[in-house]
Design a protein around this ligand. Structure first.
Ligand code: ADP
Length: 377
């Protein structure tokens, strides 16, 4: 019995209501006990002059008092019993009602723990947050938490599916080539070995990208910001990619105002972002095209833009290109070796520096511009 009270909030609430009712009854009874004789004598004294001799009659006063007292006690007892009974019923119903949402959340959370991520608790009406009591607020937060869990779980499943899909293609090619070599269907020439090598290389890049992605998504890296001139960051990118631009026949132009300040960034990480954006611009710009890197100061931000005259991005794809594994043209990008992870990583790294990264394009064949911001010091 005692355990039941300890374990159940509704019973605890009910018990506390009962205690309050009991105290009320005791106070009522004892005050009646004390107040009635005094009040009776007081009123009798006032009536004595009116009643004349009647009160003087031997024993009549005390009889009257005891009868009156019995009548009051009866009325009090009846009243107390009726109110006690109704108070018990009402407090029992209130306790159950107050505790009902808590019980519902308890049941929902244990179903979520069992893997039913769609579980939600019911909300009473369309209340504004400031009109809600603590329990209603708790229920709203509970549903938000459940929604986040469901999203994370969906993303986790999708990620596993995506990774399996990404790994399957190069593995199938490698396996096919090896079987062809073993069966003597394929020639043991440089071309065949190169094909196998390229697929193995793609696998290695994918694994490296995935490792990098999981690290940035988990925030499992430390930024080491140091004052770095913007021109130096862009210069490093040009030095690293210049040769590839020349080989492909794409012009790389850099336009920097002379008074660009230094920025407090982790130079390696921001170089990684630049390498990804400029590398993409090169990859998606055909021979004869141009890639421009521009930087300018706007209030307390530095804007760095990478503009290309390449294949552009159709508007319906623009909102998705920062989503991991998203590629506008799967087959085309696969030929170029892209896994669709680079922009996701770049966005994370820019945001970790407190900046923003976005893309603009007037559509297919009309070039693209990627811009990111860094806080100026
Ligand atoms: P990938 O390794 O496939 O290039 P990213 O995450 O870097 O992956 O890019 C995602 C997709 O965005 C690319 O597959 C491509 O379709 C599109 N994209 C990125 N940069 C450009 C660009 N400069 N011009 C046209 N499309 C681009």
């Amino acid at each position: 019995m005692f355990g039941r009270f300890r374990r159940h909030l509704a019973w605890k609430l009910f018990l506390s209501y009962l205690i309050v009712i009991l105290v009320g009854v005791i106070v009522l009874a004892s005050s009646a006990e004390l107040a009635i004789p005094r009040s009776f004598n007081h009123h009798m004294a006032a009536m004595a002059s009116m009643m004349g001799d009647i009160m003087g009659t031997e024993g009549l006063g005390s009889d009257l008092f005891s009868n009156f007292r019995a009548a009051v006690s009866e009325a009090l007892l009846l009243g107390a019993l009726t109110s006690l009974l109704s108070a018990i019923i009402v407090s029992f119903l209130i306790s159950r009602r107050v505790v009902a949402p808590v019980r519902e959340m308890m049941a929902a959370s244990s179903r979520i723990a069992d893997g039913h991520y769609r579980e939600r608790v019911s909300l009473s009406g369309a209340l504004e947050p400031h009109e809600m009591d603590e329990l209603e607020n708790l229920a709203v937060r509970f549903n938000q938490m459940a929604e986040k869990l469901e999203k994370t779980e969906t993303m986790r499943r999708q990620l596993i599916g995506d990774i399996a899909h990404e790994l399957r293609t190069p593995l199938t090619t490698i396996k096919g080539s090896m079987e062809g070599l073993m069966d003597g269907v394929l020639n043991k020439d440089v071309q065949t070995f190169q094909q196998v090598y390229q697929e193995a290389d793609r696998l290695q890049r994918l694994v490296n990208d995935l490792q990098e992605l999981s690290m940035v998504e988990a925030g499992a890296y430390e930024l080491k910001p140091i004052p770095t001139p913007v021109a130096e960051l862009i210069g490093t990118t040009k030095a690293r990619l210049g040769q590839q631009f020349e080989e492909k026949g794409v012009v790389l132009e850099i336009e920097l105002p002379g008074d660009l300040p230094s920025v407090m960034v982790d130079a390696d990480r921001i170089s990684q972002v630049l390498m990804n954006l400029v590398g993409n611009a090169l990859q998606y710009t055909p021979r004869g095209g141009t890639v421009q890197i521009e930087a300018q100061r706007l209030e307390n931000e530095i804007l760095i833009s990478i503009r290309d005259t390449g294949i552009g991005i159709p508007p319906e794809h623009l909102p998705h290109i920062f989503t991991r594994f998203y590629r506008v043209d799967r087959s085309r990008s696969r030929a170029g070796g892209g896994s669709g992870i680079g922009l996701t990583i770049a966005k994370h790294l820019v945001e970790a520096h407190g900046g923003r990264l976005w893309a603009e394009s007037s559509g297919a064949g009309r070039g693209s511009t990627f811009t990111f911001t860094i806080q100026a010091t």
